[in-house]
Write a protein that binds this ligand. Structure first.
Ligand SMILES: C[S@@+](CC[C@H](N)C(=O)[O-])C[C@H]1O[C@@H](n2cnc3c(N)ncnc32)[C@H](O)[C@@H]1O
Length: 300
């Protein structure tokens, strides 16, 4: 796999995060900033797992720092068929204005996600059914098609049901690894599930439960439960716990640069991982400061 690539090649501005703020020996961090100014300051290869749950492209123009995509002809990687990727991207740009905005927002950040991942690292990108197909093309190009591991479907059962089409009750989580021959994945660390037809398996198997597949049935964060922080887009710890447990080891660093209420940090704290959580929204940072007592909170 490729060697480290300068952040500028991904189109992000040079780091404004003070160098040395992140140190593998330093404290967990909650960073209040636009992630575009934080990512280039993080060292390449430092994180075993990155989970991100960016705002969905709902047709609104995304609030974003202007970023220009600079392709580096001498760059050390082109992903799968750089040529075809540019063609697909051009066609999509012509087709959909809102998409152009979203693509230019997300693409350089995903390139940074690739850069900061360790060689045995894994990216989990949490999206919805409207964005996932575009993002799959983007990640095939950035990581390489052979680095695609899974598309996890998070199925839930909440809210109104339209009668005009099949009610949409799932999110999509794309999983990519930096190196398909060297990634860390420990299924033994994952909480198992009850069998759907327990009468058809042996008592031993029933007792042990079964390994989750790529379809995860999980309730949303309960509006009255202990886990609720009040942050509107908060994701359940149970979902993120599976990802962290399988794709990192105790003591490894994990990163969420669209962190919201800090679900990744909360799980990391409980499972003995180190974490960096970044969000630009002051309310998110306030919630994280209360939820993640092990972290140093910094504003960049
Ligand atoms: C869907 S929420 C994440 C929710 C999170 N997974 C949780 O469980 O609470 C997306 C977050 O991205 C943040 N965000 C959007 N653009 C950002 C940017 N450029 N830099 C940093 N954070 C950003 C928003 O403030 C929001 O909190």
């Amino acid at each position: 796999m490729a060697a480290e690539r300068p952040a500028e090649a991904a189109g992000l501005a040079a780091a404004s995060m003070p160098s040395g703020l992140f140190s593998p020996e330093g404290p967990d961090l909650v960073v209040h900033a636009d992630n575009a100014s934080v990512l280039p300051g993080l060292p390449g290869g430092a994180f075993t797992m990155v989970y991100i749950d960016p705002p969905f492209n709902t047709g609104r123009v995304q609030k974003r720092q202007e970023l220009s995509m600079v392709r580096n002809a001498d760059g050390d990687r082109t992903g799968f068929s750089g040529q075809r990727y540019e063609t697909v991207k051009g066609a999509l740009h012509r087709y959909d204005d809102a998409f152009r905005d979203y693509w230019s927002f997300l693409e350089p950040r995903l390139m940074e996600a690739w850069r900061v991942l360790a060689d045995d690292g894994t990216l989990y990108l949490h999206l919805d059914y409207r964005e996932v197909h575009y993002a799959k093309v983007m990640l095939d190009a950035i990581f390489g098609r052979d680095c695609f591991l899974n598309e996890i479907i998070w199925a839930y059962d909440y809210g109104a049901r339209t009668k005009r089409r099949w009610p949409t009750k799932h999110d999509n989580i794309l999983v990519y690894v930096k190196d398909p021959s060297a990634y860390h994945f420990d299924s033994a660390e994952v909480d198992r599930e009850p069998y759907m037809a327990p009468g058809l398996v042996t008592p031993e198997k029933r007792e042990l439960g079964k390994l989750p597949t790529d379809v995860w049935w999980h309730t949303i964060v309960s509006p009255t439960g202990r886990e609720k922080t009040g942050y509107p887009t908060q994701k359940p710890e149970g979902l993120v716990r599976r990802m962290v447990a399988a794709s990192s080891r105790p003591g490894d660093w994990v990163l969420d640069f669209f962190a919201g209420s800090g679900t990744l940090g909360a799980v990391a704290q409980r499972l003995g991982r180190r974490f960096v959580c970044v969000d630009e929204n002051p309310q998110a940072v306030e919630i994280m400061a209360g939820r993640l007592p092990s972290a140093r909170v910094v504003k960049v």
